[in-house]
Design a binder for this molecule. Structure first.
Ligand code: UT7
Length: 367
């Protein structure tokens, strides 16, 4: 059975930064309150020209470059987002088109902030089964467009950004070692965007009532998160007969510093084993785990052979954890220049759209 290794990684955050002081001009809050209750100081906010797809593409291209893999070699793209481009088509398909992954299947996976752990596990299982060799997993968020900037309960928390991993098959042991995925739909109301789906289609009233924005019972989500995080870490480690002592790093979903602190206490682990960057990005939902991991890799904190545990929780309710032995790029047979594929992809997409238009025009004329 092949092993599924993380061989490439990339992140993208839009440049504009919104500080707590900036938010205190929008709602009644303060830098002190936000820092004390969440650990967040600032977050990045998408410009008008940034979309989940465009940010996902930037992260994906960086990940492919590190993996030394051409987009045309990808078998599958899984995109996970709590703020997707559309209900459909899948954001994954837009990314597939923009990077020129001509051979890849593409779909979106929805598990709110747990999405990246779920998607990584699904990608790894596709590789473990032998049916796929190269899988791209993208978590990408423009949550700022789903936040009610008049609601101080939620607008202080979220930020925008994207992260991507390339998973590749190898006979060498390592990579994704175990994972657990859980859900409890009885808590669906605790964290949701209630309108815009089939249950509550868009109407003037839903817009007036702000039902297209994130609604959250903060206290309930806090209690749930602190209950499940530690347990999920232990469960994923126990599946492969490891304990917390065997893990070099825990990369938790970056929602709130206090939640991470409580999880560390439950696990009886020192906080310096946790990768934490919530201070500078806020909660970027599905992108938070890859962004935190990549920063730790770039600082040479996470190193090859380290056992790393990803753990996340979010709307659904969902939660899950994954144990990974960090490896890095597979030995290269050739150097792949990834950037030209992107230009070719644009050209290809343009030609296909033009051909589709001409075909449509001609068939209308025939009728
Ligand atoms: O990916 C998952 C996403 N969600 C989460 O992770 C959310 C988890 N929950 C949380 O992080 C916390 O519950 C919050 C940060 C959202 C809130 O912190 P809290 O310590 O649970 O505060 P609270 O809701 O109990 O509110 C305490 C007080 C209230 O005032 P009163 O009723 O005691 O007078 C709130 O009205 O703080 C008030 N408050 C604020 N004050 C200043 C609530 N939000 C704010 C604010 N600034 N932004």
């Amino acid at each position: 059975m092949p092993f599924a290794h993380i061989t490439g990684w990339g992140m993208y955050v839009p440049e504009p930064v919104l500080t707590n002081d900036d938010i205190s001009k929008l709602v009644e809050t303060s830098d002190e309150w936000i820092r004390e209750r969440t650990g967040i100081r600032e977050r990045h906010i998408a410009r008008e020209t940034d979309f989940p797809s465009t940010m996902g593409v930037e992260a994906a291209m960086k990940a492919l470059k590190i993996a030394n893999l051409a987009p045309t070699e990808l078998d599958l793209i899984i995109c996970t987002s709590s703020s997707p481009e559309y209900i459909f088509p899948a954001t994954a398909c837009i990314i597939q088109d923009q990077i020129g992954a001509t051979k890849a299947g593409a779909f979106d996976l929805q598990a709110a902030c747990t999405g990246f752990v779920y998607a990584l596990n699904m990608g790894a299982q596709a590789i473990r089964s032998g049916s796929m060799k190269n899988v791209l997993v993208v978590g990408t968020e423009v949550l700022s467009r789903f936040v009610n900037w008049k609601d101080r309960n939620t607008c202080i928390l979220f930020g925008d950004g994207a992260g991507a991993f390339v998973l590749q098959a190898s006979d060498q042991p390592g990579g994704v070692m175990s994972a657990v995925m859980h859900s409890d739909g009885s808590g669906a109301d605790s964290l949701s965007v209630p309108a815009g789906g089939a249950h509550c289609p868009a109407t003037e009233a839903t817009i007036r009532e702000g039902k297209h924005f994130i609604q959250m019972d903060g206290k309930e989500v806090f209690r749930f998160a602190t209950r499940v995080m530690g347990k999920a870490v232990t469960e994923a480690l126990e599946k492969i007969n490891l304990t917390t002592g065997d893990a070099q790093w825990i990369v938790p979903h970056q929602a709130n510093y206090r939640i991470i602190e409580t999880a560390a206490r439950h696990l009886k682990m020192p906080l310096d084993k946790f990768v934490i960057n919530v201070e500078r990005y806020g909660n970027t939902s599905t992108a938070s785990i890859p962004i935190a991991t990549i920063e730790a890799v770039n600082k040479a904190q996470i190193k090859p052979k380290d056992k790393v545990v990803f753990v996340a929780f979010g709307g659904g309710l969902t939660w899950g954890a994954m144990v990974v032995e960090w490896t890095g790029p597979l030995p290269a047979k050739k150097h792949v220049r990834v950037e030209p594929y992107r230009l070719l992809a644009r050209l290809r997409s343009f030609i296909r759209r033009a051909l589709r238009f001409i075909e449509g025009f001609l068939s209308r004329k025939e009728l």
